[in-house]
Design a protein around this ligand. Structure first.
Ligand code: SF4
Length: 211
């Protein structure tokens, strides 16, 4: 897709999200949070759902968890301005509860369209809900965040070949500081995955872990 067409399609998508009433979460939101970042980003980060600050500002990861995420991204050499950040659901669930399966299903087509438009090389799933949702889309078996975190998986999602890497949600690392070094370690793998393989598509696990 040409850059101008991609931009136009992206703007259409954002407008649809802003008007969307496909699930009950629309009734609680102040602002939907479609996502942000360059459309040619090679890395996409996918969280779970907007929180209070995100709902106020209409931007992803701007609260405490967002500050932690931004600082870790800087530290591992992945400046936030270079990555695209979004969530599985685009409207805040009341009281920050987990999004319900039917809400995830209703909102999922937007995330899949974002993946098709941006065509990232690496998708980082932040937290168990994002991890499980994206693993299911890739046809992979989800065995829980503590077993899947930090293991790059070759995947095809929405027709796009990516490396899927699950890790803890930054909010979990705030509540449990022991998770923070693990989150850092996992995010620290992303530049290496990109650096070793440049612009080409990954084909197999050996492609990013050569013996
Ligand atoms: S969460 Fe998604 S599906 Fe539900 S109203 Fe918001 S944009 Fe629409």
């Amino acid at each position: 897709m040409e850059e101008a067409d991609a931009r136009e399609e992206y703007e259409r998508l954002v407008e649809e999200i802003k008007r969307c009433q496909k699930c009950p979460l629309h009734a609680y939101r102040r602002n939907p949070v479609p996502g942000e970042g360059p459309l040619n980003a090679r890395v996409m980060l996918v969280g779970e759902a907007p929180g209070r600050r995100e709902d106020e500002q209409g931007r992803p990861f701007v609260g405490m968890a967002g500050r932690l995420l931004t600082s870790i991204l800087e530290k591992v050499g992945l400046p936030r301005r270079t990555v695209y950040i979004t969530n599985v659901v685009k409207c805040r669930p009341p009281g920050n509860r987990d999004p319900k399966p039917e809400e995830i299903q209703a909102c999922l087509p937007y995330l899949l369209r974002q993946i098709r438009l941006i065509r990232p090389r690496v998708i980082v799933a932040l937290g168990r809900i994002s991890g499980k949702t994206l693993y299911e889309q890739a046809g992979l078996r989800w065995r829980g965040i503590s077993r899947e975190r930090g293991v790059p998986r070759e995947a095809r999602i929405a027709g796009v070949e990516v490396v899927l890497l699950a890790t803890y949600h930054p909010a979990a690392a705030i509540y449990n500081p022991r998770l923070r070094p693990l989150l850092e370690e996992d995010l620290g793998k992303v530049p290496r995955l990109l650096g070793e393989h440049g612009g080409r598509r990954f084909r197999s696990l050996e492609d990013f872990f050569p013996s």
